[in-house]
Design a protein around this ligand. Structure first.
Ligand code: SAH
Length: 429
């Protein structure tokens, strides 16, 4: 930590925000005396910044100097005036600022964003080839750009700006993405609910180039159409790529049930792996229509082995149990039941319910790939819930694999919050 304790940094750096009149040129040599916008933390509240955690919570801020606007770059200083970080100010959010850089010498300007985007894109370059045309390019805080998500789908990048700072630098980031990837279009899908917490309205539309009528990708040799305009998140659950491969590798000869199938990712992976049959369930008619269409795009997959069913998974699993159905492999990839810890108890009941039913529906030797993408449920708690479900189902199980988001969704060591997807691969004994 020594390097970060260099006290009383001369903040004569230019932290330029791109808006006229807001250029935050900080000149300060002493405790909190900056003339540019600054957040001065309360005494003793600098610990998480020293650990390089990128969020500054409102409760840690003692005062705001210089009247910054939403998205402006502010200098975060400790109570004794020590430079801590350059960050984007977000007056409407509990997360009052998100850090762009912990380096006092780093100007926050277009070149900074271009460089950061290039670094992230370069690190993913090996991911893409003929059989793999989709992947995440920017994973927010873990790529050094809080609130910025960018997913590549073939010739298109879909960008989500989820914070005030991301909003401010959108155009620079979009241009850098296009240059770094060479795509035809950068399309914005800033319509996630979390934007309202930052006081930001919904924004969608092409930022660079023109969106093609149909966006297609190839994942592990399987073709999918991605609805980047209306689909969930940015259109496809790229985080499950490696786990779809795990399912594919183990699906041969099995009767598979894919609950919460969305546009058929795990279903097509199971068919490609030689599943005997695949029953897929989702409540969304649009998702199922696209799933059917996706199967039709892949001539090598046997569509006679696939069944699609629009239903509520909680009800349908009960019906299947009552009818005496049995499966050799079950995938449970539900939506986020607990966005925060406050929802954990209700979410725990929902996870237990579907996992209990899955254990009942599995034949001995059957495999369960069960997931939680809830930030409010820890990996440890999730495992306990699943263990409780097996116990109540009078089933024994063995964990044969821990499943996480694919490597293009990195978890920065200083930001464990981004480790949101946890999965267990379980063999019923
Ligand atoms: N496994 C998918 C992603 C699943 S996302 C993939 O790899 O692409 C979660 C899905 O659950 C969404 O498609 C949503 O429509 C569906 N869903 C949410 N609640 C549901 C419910 N109660 N019953 C059935 N489907 C539901």
């Amino acid at each position: 930590m020594k390097a970060h304790t260099a006290a009383k940094v001369d903040r004569r750096q230019s932290h330029r925000a791109p808006r006229e009149g807001r250029a935050a040129v900080v000149r300060a040599t002493d405790a909190g005396q900056g003339v540019g916008p600054a957040l001065v933390l309360a005494p003793g509240r600098e610990k998480s910044s020293r650990l390089r955690h990128p969020w500054i919570f409102s409760g840690a801020v003692e005062r705001v100097e210089g009247d910054p606007a939403s998205g402006d770059t502010v200098t975060v200083v400790a109570a004794d005036g020590t430079f801590l970080a350059s960050a984007a100010y977000s007056p409407a959010s509990q997360i009052r600022a998100r850090v762009w850089s912990f380096d006092p010498g780093q100007a926050i300007d277009s070149a900074f964003f271009t460089r950061t985007v290039n670094r992230a894109a370069t690190a993913r370059a090996a991911l893409f080839d003929r059989d793999h045309t989709a992947g995440r390019i920017l994973h927010g805080e873990s790529d050094g750009l809080p609130g910025v998500i960018a997913d590549r789908y073939g010739d298109v990048v879909v960008l989500q700006c989820l914070s005030a700072g991301a909003e401010r630098w959108r155009d620079v980031i979009a241009e850098a993405l296009r240059e770094a990837t060479g795509v035809r279009c950068v399309y914005e899908r800033s319509d996630a609910e979390v934007r309202s917490l930052e006081g930001l309205p919904v924004r969608t539309g092409a930022l660079q180039g023109v969106l093609p009528d149909v966006v297609t990708i190839v994942e592990d040799g399987i073709a999918y159409r991605v609805d980047v305009v209306h689909g969930q998140k940015t259109g496809f659950y790229l985080d499950q790529r490696d786990n779809r491969r795990s399912v594919r590798e183990r699906a041969a000869g099995r009767r598979v049930l894919n609950a919460f199938c969305y546009t058929g990712g795990f279903s097509l992976a199971a068919l490609a792996g030689g599943a005997a049959s695949v029953l897929s369930i989702d409540s969304s008619g649009d998702a199922l229509e696209l799933a059917r269409d996706n199967l039709a795009r892949n001539a090598t997959l046997d569509s006679a082995r696939a069944q699609w069913h629009q239903a509520d998974v909680f009800e349908e699993l009960r019906k299947l149990r009552d009818s005496g159905a049995a499966f050799d492999m079950i995938v449970l990839d539900p939506p986020k039941f607990a966005p925060t810890a406050a929802h954990a108890e209700r979410a725990a009941r929902a996870y237990k319910d579907i996992n209990l039913l899955a254990f009942k529906l599995l034949a001995p030797g059957g495999l369960l790939a069960t997931f939680s993408c809830s930030g409010g449920i820890s990996a440890e708690l999730f495992q306990k819930i699943v263990a409780g479900a097996a116990l109540d189902a009078h089933a024994d199980g063995q964990i044969i694999g821990h499943l996480t988001a694919s490597g293009d969704h990195p978890v920065a060591l200083n930001f464990p919050e981004s480790d949101y997807l946890k999965g267990l691969l379980i063999r019923k004994v």
